[in-house]
Unconditional design. Sequence first.
Length: 190
Amino acid sequence: MQAAPGASLNTSDSTTGRPSGRHLWLFAGIAASAYTVDVVTKVVAVRALTGEPRVPIVGDVLSLYLTYNSGAAFSFLTGHTEFLSVVALVATVVVLWVARRLGSTGWAVALGFLLGGVAGNLTDRIFRDPGPFRGHVVDFFMLPNFPVFNVADICINIAAATIVVQALRGVNVDGSRHADPDADHEASAS
């Protein structure tokens, strides 16, 4: 059986408006896993790659090369680390706030990866040199003609792609679907 256009596919508890537990657990599990993998790989990269030249992994396609980034992706806003730290802190709070309404598996995945990635890079900005909220992010994956990146960056990109898919599918965070404007127009014309 298919829901009517614009009908809710919300799997949250309709009596309390709370999100389903399975979506919150999925969100938390993905966020914790992504964050842990990011932090651990950065620690290993710093230990293994400090002072080392580029280490080819897959020919010239994928290499490991340790670098520290004071900016955002693609070295955007280099030198504005304090600003980026505040943006990441706000993003973390916003993701946690939005997650309270989770009723969609796709959104649980997207927000989990987003939180894990943002928190991973924020951890570097808070705890790495040159100091709190000015720390440089550890990057170590290198592709040809592409900026060096890390696991947190991968997670943020997975989140962005998943959010785009959810938006194109018309799925809201709570699991409901966007109303079909053509169906609403036809219904009102009848």
